[in-house]
Design a protein around this ligand. Structure first.
Ligand code: ADP
Ligand code: GLC
Length: 494
């Protein structure tokens, strides 16, 4: 039986480059498909900021020259097989240089238009042809558009299907129409309100929404929320109109990589059976490492996050003094992002030494030690398409305290002290004192209902957030598209 060939196209992907959860998804989900039936490969830019140890393993495949944005451009193609998955890399030092994958939106629009176009251009040079291109976020939103445009002149591309997955609707890649036409090479035909124009500007994400055969997003609740004006980021009308082809498939995590039994970054490995002792040892080591007071009974709350307004830090700012006034509490932050939040956490760390630790940098290793060593994990997001950090916390038995939105609502079950059920704590409204109330309550349960807390740690660790279930849902979606493809390819008179 012929396998279904699927190409993921994404702007970031572990282990090559990661700025957020998109990289975790694009790098780990492809490992979980049934390889008897699906051949899933990944294509991403060959950034100069990818670690040298990985860049040097990439094998050269081919290169060609092409015109893009009035320049003649070199385009290289490299490949590398890792953990059974074949990754392709589009090489262009002109576009993919610098110390970070993204620059400003203006430059990124041209960079990712180029990437999207090259993903399609390079395909005929491979000895493998995708049936479906699975695009992720606005950076790849033009792939379905280009496929509908100039590539339709070539039989090779006929009936190739596309899926567009929304990881974050807030980022759309928009600029004025004239500039967009210049940068993307698309004609004015595409910049009308029924296509890529939105509120007077050109919009790359909208290209994906309008032209892809299916739209998915990363949790059921977010799939519903984005059809409303509050969460819809201006696209709610279109998403309501497209409701029939939009569905939510919740993310998973790489449970081999995020595994407290084997994690080499944490002070002491532990299993569900040894979790209480293991977590205590990790907490002690983390207090030592971060210069916090060495108190085994402190209620230690962790945050690992991009520091942006999506994540609810204004709520924390509003009540941080009240949080820090709670006896025996410790707060550990790991994150980078907007300067105002970086400064805010540095300020609180200087005000509450020994109680608050602000680590304003990126460290995969420290993130694991926080997931392992803390008692609770705070994620009061304004919106959260899925969220992976809370899944990682659950995996390490660190109980999430979340706002009931998007994937946080779908993956964290609130503690019920009557029935002794649940895996964490949640609050509904975007309100600082509601959040403070639930932090206080979690601390109360930790201190006064310790048996229930410890049982909840075990329940959290037993949750299955591996990719297996979600991969099956993507497979069903691929099957659906393959059926349509076969019908389209079958001559009408047969
Ligand atoms: P988002 O994609 O919106 O940033 P997710 O919760 O889906 O949120 O994914 C965030 C990912 O990035 C997690 O794997 C988290 O551990 C990681 N992460 C965020 N900030 C840092 C940091 N400063 N250091 C290490 N890992 C981080
Ligand atoms: C985005 C979202 C996050 C999601 C991640 C992976 O960055 O903010 O909620 O988990 O993508 O899908």
């Amino acid at each position: 039986m012929k396998k279904t060939n699927v190409l993921f196209a994404a702007s970031e992907c572990v282990p090559f480059i990661k700025t957020g959860g998109l990289a975790d998804v694009a790098g780990s989900l492809p490992k979980y498909f049934d390889t008897e039936k699906y051949d899933v490969r990944v294509m991403m830019p060959k950034y100069t900021c990818i670690k040298e140890s990985l860049r040097e393993k990439m094998e050269y495949v081919t290169h060609f020259y092409t015109g893009f944005c009035w320049r003649d451009q070199y385009v290289g193609l490299y490949q590398l097989k890792l953990d059974g998955v074949l990754f392709y890399f589009i090489d262009s030092e002109f576009y993919f240089n610098g110390s970070w994958p993204y620059s400003n939106v203006y430059d990124d629009i041209e960079k990712f238009s180029f990437f999207s176009r090259m993903v399609l251009s390079v395909l005929p040079l491979l000895d493998w042809k995708p049936d479906i291109i699975h695009c992720h976020d606005w950076q790849t939103g033009l792939i379905p558009v280009y496929l509908n445009d100039s590539f339709q002149g070539d039989l090779y591309y006929h009936h190739m299907k596309t899926i567009f997955t929304i990881h974050n609707l807030k980022f759309q890649g928009t600029w004025d129409v004239r500039t967009m036409m210049e940068k993307t090479g698309l004609s004015g035909y595409y910049f009308t309100p029924d296509k890529l124009e939105a509120y007077g500007n050109g919009n790359m994400l909208k290209g994906g929404l309008v032209y892809a055969d299916r739209i998915t997003t990363v949790s059921d609740t977010y799939a519903e929320e984005i059809k409303t004006p509050f969460y819809g980021e201006g696209m709610d009308g279109l998403l309501r109109a497209k409701a029939g082809s939009l569905r939510g498939i919740v993310n998973g995590i790489d449970t081999d990589f995020y595994n407290p039994e084997k994690d080499t970054d944490i002070a002491k490995t532990y299993s569900i059976k040894t979790a209480l002792k293991g977590k205590a040892a990790n907490k002690e080591a983390l207090q030592e490492e971060l210069g916090l007071e060495k108190k085994p009974d402190a209620f230690m709350v962790g945050i690992v996050s991009r520091l942006t307004d999506q994540k609810g830090f204004d709520l924390i700012d509003c009540v941080m003094h009240e949080i820090c006034d709670l006896p025996n509490i410790q707060v550990v932050i790991l994150g980078t992002g907007e300067k105002r939040y970086e400064d805010m956490f540095r300020y609180y760390a200087s005000l509450y030494p020994g109680k608050v630790s602000a680590n304003i940098y990126y460290s995969e290793a420290l993130s694991h030690r926080i997931y392992a060593g803390c008692d609770a994990f705070l994620m009061p997001s304004l919106f959260e398409p899925c969220g992976l950090s809370q899944l990682m916390s659950l995996r390490y038995g660190t109980l999430p305290i979340v706002r009931e939105t998007g994937g946080l609502k779908d993956t964290v079950e609130a503690y019920n002290e009557i029935t002794n059920e649940g895996t964490g704590f949640s609050f509904r409204n975007y309100n600082a004192h509601e959040m403070l109330g639930i932090i206080r309550y979690a601390k109360h349960v930790y201190e006064n209902q310790r048996t229930n807390w410890d049982e909840m740690v075990v329940r959290a660790m037993k949750q299955d957030f591996s990719w297996a279930a979600s991969a099956k849902k993507y497979q069903a979606l691929y099957d659906e598209l393959m059926e349509e493809k076969i019908v389209e390819e079958t001559p009408a008179d047969l």
